[in-house]
Design a protein around this ligand. Structure first.
Ligand code: ANZ
Ligand code: ZN
Length: 827
């Protein structure tokens, strides 16, 4: 065609890159390797605007690195287990696989249309038996190393989805998916011992500093929640010892966790979590009914509600007293909901003078308040405001006169010597609850045998496949896994004794699948191991990971944990999976996230039909820096399309021969080209992709002027500039740039075009002559950039040979600088 015809251009290049395998890594050692990874999609339906943005960003990085000569691996796959498939299957009387793989087909076709730069030969799906076989194998490695275990525990339970939820899936006390209020239920569940790795997860963040967004690191740090303090033992008089007969009155030792052992003399009561077992174990018989009633009320509350500072404090006295190990003082013991059962030890010493929640409680129940740190502020007992600053210890016997930090150390020393306490580091991080009572996940490869107990399925019997004949209503949750109803499947011979046994009927949290997929891409078809060690050593860790900030905590933390554990198992040689992380923003419409209820959704397919793939991609990248949100109401895909047409016409109009000597070309245009390319390199490294596009637009205008009113279309500088435009555009507009490249007479793909080599001589700015005077006499003349600063000009003048020679004996009294023309040295 004679003009920019989006349909013609897309039709010409569709399939071209895949046919020519331009995105398949060579993996022959001829170039340094780079691994670019986008968080893999969930096959929820067709692609949406969010996918379009995320993958446009990942593409900029991978395509840039290809131009720079790296051997790039950029794979894609699907995170294809999970609840929505199962819910769809229940509704449609189908098997979840049908919905899942149909959606994958749809998304794959859209991704291909969107021309993402991936190696399609590496595609994986976590719901394929070829994949989940290895998820199960990895589970067994964790099991064998004591990092996967079962325990009875109160779990978050969604009464609607009839499933257990991890803490992080409970948002404001409700199920993250269906918003039903979550209740507690005691169940036997599988856990990964991520808490063993808490300190390492924290320490190794040092490596990520500067390469991951600071807010993601902060969120991870907060989630791990390291608190330093002490464990201190209190004896509860009259209560039975642990595990003893209820009639026993010898006293029960409980341990409190405190970050403020310096305030031990200010403790005026103790509080146990009302829902902790220990509350029932220590309560005096005449208070047992009150406690039982109170526990019923507490059940309905979420942790967030329980800890809300503005909630009125509630609780019950347990009829017991705890002995302060430092002072011998007897403190009343209460049960309340503001102390959480599963944090620290579930028991605290309350110091109302210096802890606001304790103070609120003390005021509600008329308990004493005793300040032990003089902070210079008013007495908390009268103001109702706890004092938390630093100061000098008072009312504290041997600690008096010390500062907070000194008193913390001293108190720990004292309790340690007395054998009543010790230094302790507490983490907020909990073990990872991984079992789900749902169908569409990887079955846990464990057999329960009446005589042998838990028996791992032998590795050569993996995968434990999901039954294929369950469908529709049979998959509906009934408080236990739907797999439990498949009796043929459940009943097996025990791998150890051959007797009749049953399979574990739970499936794994889909976060398990996504905790190792980045390893699988190195050898996606390997059927002898989850990954080929040699391939993994060559390609990993991931050089650039791209994905949404919604995964800032769980997915990234779990993947980091998996990597460290696999390192400890000797399976891989590195401890951090993702060297650098880029969080792309969201796509909004009218300043709000797109949603069905707001009716502000924008359909990606319609946008692609209307403006073309390249204009949509370019709009995504041009709108803002990648980390910022894009408001689709504020952008102009029309404008993007017009710009692409202007760029494309340069290639159409350029008549300079391919072999023309470019050094004879127009100097001003050459300077503009080289400056743009040089700046683009820095901007790309700094992830300022939007500015790269702005600069490319400027260059397009400059070339157009040169063609129409300057050196004309046959000048070699026009070809040089237009080729640079094509390569710059190939980062965001694959079809247009490929078409330009071929219009310019190339036969190979623009993807393989080497990045333009910048000639530093062409970057030198316009220069002027500066005069250097000594005592008013001209002694030297310097060629300097027109925009030189006073400082740089002074340095250049003082460094001049003539000046140095003349000044050798003299003392400089003053230097007057008038950049860029004059330096006057007074001696
Ligand atoms: C006495 C004390 C005095 C405390 C003081 C604080 C200030 P972080 O920093 O979050 O780790 N605590 C301990 N276990 C708790 C639980 N299960 N539920 C609610 N609160 C609990 O908080 C540690 C502090 O929170 C601990 O130090 C304890 O109160 C309380 F002036 O002990 B502190
Ligand atoms: Zn057995």
């Amino acid at each position: 065609g004679t003009d920019y015809d989006v349909q013609r251009i897309e039709a010409t290049w569709s399939g071209y890159w895949e046919d020519n395998r331009v995105f398949a890594p060579r993996d022959d050692g001829s170039a340094p390797r780079r691994y670019v990874l986008d968080m893999f999609p969930y096959p929820s339906g067709d692609l949406h605007m969010g996918h379009a943005e995320a993958f446009a960003m990942g593409d900029v990085v991978s395509r840039y690195w290809l131009h720079r000569g790296y051997d790039v691996m950029h794979p894609i796959g699907w995170d294809s287990f999970g609840l929505p498939a199962e819910n769809a299957a229940i509704k449609r009387d189908a098997h979840p696989a049908e919905w899942t793989y149909r959606n994958i087909d749809t998304q794959r076709a859209s991704f291909k249309r969107y021309a993402i730069s991936v190696d399609w030969d590496r595609e994986i799906h976590t719901s394929d038996p070829e994949y989940y076989r290895w998820t199960q194998w990895l589970f067994l490695q964790f099991y064998k190393h004591g990092l996967a275990y079962r325990k009875d525990s109160p779990v978050n339970w969604c009464p609607k989805d009839q499933t257990v939820l991890a803490n992080e899936q409970v948002v404001n006390g409700a199920c993250e998916r269906c918003h039903t209020p979550v209740t507690k239920k005691s169940l036997n569940q599988w856990y990964f011992k991520i808490t063993d790795y808490a300190q390492r997860l924290l320490d190794d963040m040092g490596e990520l500093e500067g390469h991951w967004p600071e807010r993601v690191l902060a969120m991870q740090r907060n989630w791990i929640g390291r608190s330093e303090g002490a464990h201190v033992k209190f004896v509860i008089e009259g209560a039975p010892a642990e595990g003893a007969d209820p009639e026993d009155t010898s006293g029960r030792t409980v341990t409190v966790f405190t970050t403020r052992p310096d305030t031990l003399h200010g403790a005026t009561f103790c509080v146990v979590a009302a829902d902790a077992a220990i509350a029932q174990e220590i309560v005096a018989p005449e208070h047992a009914d009150a406690l039982a009633a109170y526990r019923e009320d507490v059940k309905a509350l979420s942790d967030i509600e329980r800890q809300a500072s503005d909630r009125e404090k509630t609780g019950v006295f347990l009829g017991r007293y705890a002995v302060n190990p430092l002072t011998g003082e007897k403190l009343p013991v209460w049960a309340s909901d503001y102390v959480l059962a599963d944090y620290g030890t579930g028991v605290i010493m309350a110091v109302p003078a210096h802890d606001q929640r304790d103070l609120d409680f003390a005021r509600a129940f008329d308990l004493p308040v005793r300040a032990v740190l003089d902070t210079g502020e008013e007495d908390p007992a009268s103001t109702g405001v706890a004092t938390t600053g630093d100061g000098t210890l008072i009312n504290s016997g041997p600690l008096n006169g010390l500062s907070k930090a000194e008193a913390v150390a001293k108190a720990i020393e004292i309790v340690t010597e007395a054998g009543t306490g010790e230094h302790h580091v507490n983490f907020r991080l909990r073990d990872w609850l991984l079992s789900r009572q749902r169908f569409w996940g990887a079955p846990i490869p464990i057999v329960h045998c009446p005589s042998c107990g838990e028996v791992p399925v032998p590795e050569d019997q993996l995968p434990v496949r999901l039954p294929e004949d369950l469908r529709g209503e049979q998959l509906a949750p009934k408080g236990r896994s739907p797999l439990a109803a498949a009796s043929d499947w459940v009943t097996v011979a025990c791998p150890a004794c051959g007797g009749q046994a049953t399979r574990d009927t739970d499936t794994m949290d889909t976060f398990v699948d996504s905790s190792w997929y980045y390893l699988r891409y190195a050898s996606p078809h390997d059927d002898a191991a989850p990954f080929d060690r040699a391939e993994v050593d060559r390609w990993l860790p991931v050089d650039q990971y791209v994905g949404g900030v919604e995964h800032a905590i769980l997915h990234l933390l779990y993947s980091r944990f998996f990597t460290k554990a696999l390192y400890d198992f000797g399976l891989i040689g590195f401890q951090e999976p993702f060297k650098a992380l880029l969080n792309q923003g969201q796509v909004l419409n009218g300043g709000k996230a797109m949603s069905k209820s707001l009716g502000n959704g924008v359909d990606l397919g319609e946008q692609l039909n209307e403006f073309g793939v390249d204009a949509v991609r370019l709009t995504m990248v041009f709108a803002s820096p990648p980390e910022d949100d894009v408001d689709w109401a504020d952008v102009s895909p029309q404008g993007a399309q017009k710009f692409l047409a202007r760029a494309w016409r340069l290639a159409k109009d350029c008549t300079a021969a391919r072999d023309a000597d470019v050094t004879t070309g127009d100097q001003a245009l050459r300077r503009a080209t080289h400056k743009t390319v040089a700046d683009a390199e820095q901007l790309l490294d700094a992830h300022k992709f939007n500015v790269v596009i702005a600069r490319t637009m400027e260059l397009v205008n400059t070339v157009r002027k040169a063609i129409d009113a300057g050196c004309g279309p046959a000048d070699p500088a026009v070809r040089e500039a237009t080729e640079a435009v094509a390569i710059l555009l190939s980062l965001v507009a694959p079809n247009t740039s490929e078409d330009m490249w071929h219009l310019l007479g190339h036969e190979d793909s623009v993807v393989r075009a080497p990045w333009p080599i910048v000639d530093p001589a062409l970057l030198v700015e316009d220069t002027v002559t500066a005069i250097v005077q000594i005592k008013g006499k001209v002694r030297d003349r310097l060629q300097v950039p027109a925009d030189i600063t006073d400082e740089d000009l002074e340095a250049a003048a003082m460094g001049s040979e003539a000046v140095q020679r003349l000044l050798s004996e003299a003392t400089v009294r003053k230097v007057i600088v008038r950049a860029p023309k004059l330096v006057n040295i007074v001696v």
